[in-house]
Design a binder for this molecule. Structure first.
Ligand code: BES
Ligand code: MN
Ligand code: ZN
Length: 501
């Protein structure tokens, strides 16, 4: 898709459809809407404020031949209350407009700048919203595939001299939007295609394409390192597990930021979670191909920062395995010895994510990580606590947690902190080993995080549980149903702007 900024009057843009956001309670008697009302032969005034267009996020009005305006179509999209405007709402209305217009066969669209956000944030959010909005999980369809395409997007502004700022924002928005869609594509891949080996291949291609260093640890290497937790999970599967390690080196040697800082991002890469011997019910099990969404996000973040080139050093770790029942599988009651030396009693083989993350976190520390952020579709319990609206964040270092939360706010994603007070630690005490892998039904998201915390030890660490937010079960006006790419924008923001200390 061609995307560009144009400093020009809205009525003089050469595209098929012009998109204008309408805020709740807005009147057409002043400013931009007044001008649009006059040019449209008072069409706007007859619509805005009626039941058809109150400016609510679901409101949409499509007009043909809107008077004295160069584009032949005018699309009004509700944008909610102006006071609540955020990068999230901009990206949602941009995505809604793009999906709507594509469904009408429109090939070129222009978005008018209407937000009070700064120019760059608004433009970037709009581009991300359009790209994410147009994503379709129809790779395997041979009929009813979405063949229509929007191939030109114009961002319109009347502020002269702002093209450079907008073009830079467009380029960032494109990198980020494409990274998110790349991860969504991976989460959609069936587990018969995206095995741990195939995930390593895709990571290899990404590393090559964008200039990252990659190291893939195989089972022999992991045995040598004593990664008994990750290897234990993999035992039931015929597919060998891997630990994929990607590196980005952006801190200039000898420069001010060369103070030994290394951010590690660790993503859970279970390519299929059957539950293992503690097998899951059949209903909805097909969804468990997305249990590698944390790893996909890690790869997407690494891919984006390889292009954005922030002056920091980052390592991305993707422990990846299947979780399967078989005669070789690990069993409830087994004791595993993790790389850190800690012993783990397996209570439930379906609590496998924390096991593979444990060894990856230990390995990140061995690589010299000074801050660790892991992300995982870790617990069903997070959906009970926060639904599909917020992801949970927990950690051992409030400063790091706050920085990630701040990045989420700036990136337009919702994350909510859950407590990690000491008494929760009791729930994962084992009678026979150092720790057990399940604390039972109560506070499931917190006890899972507590388990990981045992392996982060003294390194500042934050954990994102994206089990409730990484998959959207309903189609939305701004987005197809399926994988969402949750937390990718947050982590890119964090690495690029919030990780200098
Ligand atoms: N991958 C699941 C978590 C999950 C559940 C993600 C539903 C998305 C939707 C994870 O491996 C798991 O099975 N967790 C168990 C832990 C329990 C056995 C302690 C869970 O949440 O039920
Ligand atoms: Mn599981
Ligand atoms: Zn899982």
């Amino acid at each position: 898709m061609e995307i560009k900024a144009e400093v020009r009057e809205f009525y003089d843009i050469d595209v098929e459809a012009l998109v204008v956001a309408i805020f709740e309670g807005e009147k057409t008697d002043q400013g931009f809407l007044k001008e649009l009302d006059e040019r449209s032969g008072q069409l706007l005034g007859q619509i805005v404020g009626t039941e058809e267009m109150r400016g609510r996020p679901s409101d949409i009005v499509y007009l043909h031949q809107p008077g004295n305006i160069r584009s032949k179509r005018l699309l009004l999209v509700g944008a909610g209350k102006a006071a609540n405007l955020s990068v999230d709402s901009v990206s949602r209305y941009a995505g809604t407009a793009a999906r709507f217009l594509r469904s009408k066969g429109v090939r070129s669209m222009a978005l008018c700048r209407r937000s009070s956000l700064d120019l760059a944030s608004g433009a970037q959010a709009a581009v991300e919203g359009v790209l994410m909005g147009l994503f379709e999980p129809d790779q395997y369809k041979t009929s009813e595939k979405e063949e229509r395409q929007i191939d030109r997007l114009v961002l319109v502004t009347s502020e002269s001299g702002s093209e450079d700022i907008i073009n830079r924002a467009i380029s960032h928005g494109r990198i980020i939007g494409e990274a998110v869609n790349f991860a969504r594509g991976l989460s959609n891949e069936p587990s018969c295609v995206l095995t741990p080996t195939e995930l390593a291949n895709r990571a290899g291609q990404t590393a090559e394409q964008f200039g990252l260093t990659i190291d893939v640890l195989d089972e022999a290497k992991m045995k040598e390192l004593g990664m008994g937790a990750l290897l234990g999970v993999a035992r039931g599967s015929d597919e060998p597990c891997k630990l994929i390690v990607l590196r980005y080196t952006g801190a200039p040697p000898g420069g001010t930021s060369e103070n030994g800082n290394l951010v590690a991002i660790v993503g859970k890469g279970i390519t299929f979670d059957s539950g293992g011997i503690s097998i899951k019910p059949a209903d909805g099990m097909e969804r468990m191909k997305y249990d590698m969404s944390g790893a996909a996000a890690t790869l997407a973040v690494m891919r984006a920062i390889a292009q954005l080139k922030p002056p920091v050093n980052v390592v991305g770790l993707m422990p990846t395995s299947e979780n399967m029942p078989s005669g070789h599988a690990y069993k409830p009651g087994d004791v595993l010895r993790a790389m850190s030396g800690k012993t783990i009693e397996v209570i439930n083989t379906d609590a496998e994510g924390r096991l593979i993350l444990a060894d990856a976190i230990t390995y990140a520390r061995k690589l010299g990580a000074t801050r660790i952020i892991d992300l995982a579709t870790l617990t069903g319990a997070v959906s009970i606590a926060l639904g599909s609206v917020y992801a949970a964040i927990l950690g051992n270092d409030q400063k790091l947690v706050d920085e990630v939360r701040k990045a989420a706010d700036a990136a337009g994603e919702r994350i909510w902190q859950l407590p990690m007070d000491e008494p929760y630690r009791d729930l994962i005490k084992s009678d026979i080993a150092d720790i057990k892998n399940s604390g039972g039904r109560y506070a499931g998201t917190i006890t899972a995080a507590y388990f990981l915390r045992e392996f982060a030890e003294t390194t500042p660490w934050a954990h994102l549980d994206i089990a409730g937010t990484a998959w959207e079960s309903d189609k939305k006006p701004h987005s197809a149903k399926g994988p969402t790419g949750m937390a990718i924008r947050t982590l890119i923001k964090f690495v690029c702007e919030g990780s200098r200390t």
